[in-house]
Design a protein around this ligand. Structure first.
Ligand code: KG4
Ligand code: ZN
Length: 357
């Protein structure tokens, strides 16, 4: 089945054609990073205007690269939630137009689920293997920081989430405080390699450090507001030399990533996960990838790292995920709404081995 994926939930306009959920024929991404950099974050209305300019050429390019006409598609999947409403509306309106014109089936999919599916685009064999379940998805992006447990029958539950900022947000805001540019994650990744991560002791939230017990209900949750405030106080009224800046950045990154690794491996152990999957934009981070690999190896846990090109927002993960819905007969109507929020009930993850919608 040839499925076209469309993604416009934040600041990337993306389209991709994926065959049978795994063979990526095209993966076109138009990023608006430069536009939003001036503001240090994404402005929803500006994003929507850019999506409007880009969605047609991006979809055209994805179809051209896949050598397909719209009527040759077997279905379409579009990110319908969660995300910035003005941005989502553009991708969804375009998708609906294409569906109305061609009559192909379409589904609105969950962007969060898409990030987890990205880990499996090149690994259908892991989804088909009963020994992979339950899977613990570690979804770390600019919008999410969550641990999601997925069973073989597709039932999924968030076992831990952030109480305030997402990990990517904590990096982007730190970069803003330090005047490093936007988005902060990749810049911090690069500068941290030049610094000493043990130079500064940044607080690690909700891990019982500094004698503060973690409430049982937050055992697997995250909090990054403390580390961010601590950074603010650390650098306030100071002029940092290049090497001091590198040390601050390295120490800050180590604090953020350290908590992610600690909580993810603790949850994997406690919930008996057979496979840990690291995904989302922050999963590009070289320190996090190495630290997670090291921690999983030490504990004898299987780890799947999403390839960097599928970590940040893309439409291959949306087209790939959409295939599993459409194959099982799910079909949305043209009045399908978009939504800013991640629903409490995540529904069935259709790509799990024995998932029945
Ligand atoms: O998944 P994504 O593209 O969009 C959301 O769904 O949020 O993630 C974007 C986030 C940003 O916060 C960005 O700073 C972060 O991913 N990011 C990184 C790296 N590359 C992107 N964070 C740390 N290290 C990186 N190399
Ligand atoms: Zn995303």
């Amino acid at each position: 089945m040839y499925i076209l994926g469309i993604e416009s939930s934040c600041d990337e306009t993306a389209a991709s054609v994926v065959v049978d959920g795994h063979q990526v024929l095209s993966n076109v991404i138009s990023s608006q990073i430069k536009l939003h950099a001036a503001y240090g974050g994404v402005i929803p209305e500006l994003a929507a205007r850019e999506h409007l300019k880009n969605v047609y050429p991006v979809v055209e390019a994805a179809l051209r690269e896949a050598n397909l006409k719209p009527q040759e598609l077997d279905g379409l999947a579009v990110t319908s939630h969660p995300g910035l409403i003005p941005a989502l509306l553009v991708g969804n309106a375009y998708a609906k137009g294409l569906v109305a014109a061609t009559g192909i089936p379409y589904v609105g999919v969950n962007h969060f689920q898409g990030h987890l599916y990205a880990a499996f685009l090149e690994h259908p064999e892991l989804l088909a293997d009963p020994a992979s379940y339950p899977i613990l998805g570690v979804v770390v992006s600019g919008g999410h920081t969550a641990l999601v447990l997925v069973q073989e029958d597709g039932r999924a539950k968030i076992v831990g989430t952030t109480l305030d900022d997402a990990a990517g947000e904590a990096l982007d805001k730190a970069a803003k405080i330090l005047n490093l540019g936007y988005p902060g994650g990749p810049i911090i990744d690069r500068l941290a390699k030049l610094g000493n991560e043990n130079k500064y002791d940044f607080p690690r939230g909700l891990i019982g450090a500094a004698g503060k017990p973690v409430p049982a209900e937050h055992k697997y949750d995250f909090s990054f507001s403390g580390v961010k405030t601590s950074l603010l106080y650390q650098v306030r009224d100071r002029v940092l030399s290049d090497s001091e800046l590198n040390d601050v950045v390295a120490s800050y990154q180590a604090a953020v990533m350290g908590v992610l690794v600690t909580k993810a491996t603790m949850a994997a152990r406690d919930f008996g996960a057979k496979l840990v999957c690291l995904c989302g934009g922050v999963a590009c981070n070289s320190y996090l990838r190495a630290a997670m690999k090291d921690a999983c190896e030490k504990r004898g846990m299987n780890l799947l790292l999403t390839p960097p090109k599928y970590c940040t927002d893309n439409a291959a993960m949306i087209g790939g995920l959409g295939y599993h819905f459409i194959k099982q007969g799910k079909k949305d109507l043209l009045d399908m709404p978009v939504s800013a929020r991640l629903p409490q009930d995540l529904g069935i993850f259709p790509f799990a081995r024995n998932a029945k919608l």
